[in-house]
Design a protein around this ligand. Sequence first.
Ligand code: ACO
Length: 321
Amino acid sequence: MRRAVFLGCGSALPKRVLTNDELAKQVDTSDEWIRERTGITQRYVAGEGETTATLATEAARKALADAGLTIADIDLIVLGTTTPDYTFPSTATVVQAALGGHGFPAFDVAAVCTGFIYALGTAEAMIRTGLANKALVIGAETLTRLIDWEDRTTCVLFGDGAGAFVIGAGAEGDDTTGFLATQLHADGAQRELLYTDGGPSTTGTVGKMRMKGREVFRHAVTNLAQVLEDVLVKAGYTAQDIDWVVPHQANARILDATARKLGLPMSQVVVTVDQHANTSAASVPLAFDAAWRDGRIKRGQLVMLEAMGGGFTWGASLLRV
Ligand code: ACO
């Protein structure tokens, strides 16, 4: 059997930074409340000319350069997003064209904050079964365009950005490198806890985000603890073998609680929520890229990627880099 392996990564952020203090001038909140409850100090907000596809394309270009490849080497794009440029065509095809690729499959997956893990699981399985050889896997969002800027319970939490991996077929018979185990879940019965109040087929609008934050928090900690344990068991490892956890960056308190459940110190958890806020499907590859570029994550290390989001959806993937 061949595994999919990690070949490179990249990321992109909008130009504009929005600080907590600036937000506090627009809604009834404060820097102190946001920092204490979420760990967020600022977020990046897409401006004119910046879309999910432009951010995704920039992240993909950097990932290709990091892997020493060009678009001519790629035969699959899977893009996780909940804020596509258009209802159709998919953002993956917009990125394909922007990069100068054509002919090979390119599609989006919608799993909200778990979008990147779903995209990774899909691309990794396609590589394992021989349907593709080298894939761009992208998580990209402009979630701030779904926000009700008058709702202080949600507008302080989110930001925009994109991250991308290049993954490819590993050496035949090498069972120790690459994506060792992946697990994906969904529970559609929990829709009311986190959703948008519109869509193309219901209201003809994109809607605004609505959330019961406290209940989402509780489910996130429980679901993540379970999927992390399941993935470790599936791959034949324990939490003590992990070098880094790269979690979905929703809230510093969820990251703390997850690390505690794993019995790992926060020094092994990559944290970017303070700078990026919650960028939904973009958050895992954005955080991974930050730790890859500054040399924390190294070749040969064992890295756990995990996320949970609207649906609910959740999942995790264990990677030997
Ligand atoms: N500024 C000031 N006060 C606020 C704000 C704000 N931005 N937002 C809410 N409050 C107030 C509330 O109105 C409430 O006031 P009250 O006591 O007078 O009624 C008080 O603060 C406490 O509100 P809670 O919602 O109970 O606060 P909590 O400690 O649960 O923190 C938070 C809220 C940060 C949303 C938390 O529940 C959370 O992070 N949940 C997870 C949600 C999440 O991350 N969703 C992202 C998508 S899913 C995912 O990515 C995992």
